[in-house]
Design a protein around this ligand. Sequence first.
Ligand code: NAD
Length: 484
Amino acid sequence: MTTLDFPVETRLLVAGTWRESSTGETFAVSDPSTGRVVARVADAAAADAEAAVDAAAAALPEWVGLTATARHEILQRAIAGLRRREDVIARLIVHETGKPLAEARGEIANSLRFFDFFSQEALRLPGEYWPQIQSDRDAYVVHEPVGIVGAITPWNFPAFMVACKVGAALAAGCAVVLKPAEQTPLTALAIAEAFVEAGLPAGILSVLPTNDPAGVGRVLLERPEVACVTFTGSTAVGQRLLAGAADGVKRVLLELGGNAPVVVSDDVDVDKVVGQVVRARFANAGQACVAANRVYVHRRAAARFIDAFSTAVQELRVGDPWEATTNIGPLIDIRAVETLEDQIARSVAQGAVLRTGGRRTRDTATSAFLEPGILTADGALDTFGEEFFGPIASIVVAEDDDEAVRLANDSRYGLSAYVFSGDAERGRRIADRIRSGNVGVNCALTSDPALPFGGVRMSGIGRERGRAGVLEFLESKTIQVGRR
Ligand code: NAD
């Protein structure tokens, strides 16, 4: 059932067929900008996850047995199908997440670039050969697909996260059981339609929207046929999955929370830097794991930076995601607004000043709009150690580069960081000292299919994207062959 004015798939994809949940249950998907229900989607139960794993196990030998070229051709046909659906998927992303249409279009276009990159990588899976490694033998190493991959994705980039996981795993020759976030299942289902239409063998991709993520997740963790679980989401859920994977000694790839620091030196061109930091903080309404949360600005640049940054933030337009002039739509739901309001209140109680924003633009119980805001404080606060998953930046004045680096590194996270300096060499030297999986020097980070991405410390395990992202779904087998 949907209230949308275009047709969308709302059933589960299991064993190559679209079906209702085994329990007959459905759950509601709401548009965060209106609070209205846009669809009811089949609610996968543990039995559906079992069926998806069975189907994947049955289909895997055929998929693994295909030539690289044949796999590449199927992936290319799916990409062509996705191109035909680009507009529909962009609109679904707006309905499910509330992000502005331009950002949604950017996300699906980027997802296509990633799917295409991975389909090309399918042609280049590596192998190594050592002739006469010892006098009586040769050796070679083949990289085989790990097998069935359980993929769990978040709501903030509902197409892109699917592209990163499904694209890489299929390219590696794996089967995927995908559990999209309950807020954004329609985007995942629309993507899967293109793969079914492209002739992907039945069972190689299943999609299980569910209102019971733990129940479906448990099947992925407990079934021995599932070799790997790849997850993007909160650190708390990632920890639970890692613990749950221990019994089966499964490979677990985790892309978790971030709390990205920004170091701004005293020699910057403030106007240039402000634009980059605004982009790095407020894109996707600040709901991004790479978002620039904590700014540490050198005392000599602080007054100019805070003034210019406040002006730029006040110019951001919050509103209807379908309007071309909107920069920031709603957050994903009211709960996200309440969490940020609580973080702001606790920061102010600890001595922070709310310079601008941070208030609801509409006093309503159903739509989730929050003005972009800035907190400033004289020193690091406990709350600034938390990830603010929304449009609120914090700024702390640092005495010098050393103090800024120390504050930047004083975090349990290590996903992304940003450094701005008028002297690129000084910027690079600061970047060298920051403990993080990704650092942008004099630029906001963007995703590139060729570049590996992932976190250190509590931001995750493993790398996604790039060649490294495909290799995570392969395991090497070493074979020694005696010479006569
Ligand atoms: P979340 O952890 O609540 O949900 C993510 C996914 O996990 C969803 O599909 C959800 O249904 C599922 N899930 C929840 N509980 C589960 C369980 N017990 N078993 C199995 N699956 C379960 O996170 P969220 O609120 O959707 O996303 C926000 C968080 O994700 C932020 O912390 C953000 O930094 C992080 N994130 C990280 C990256 C990255 O690449 N590192 C990218 C995007 C988001």
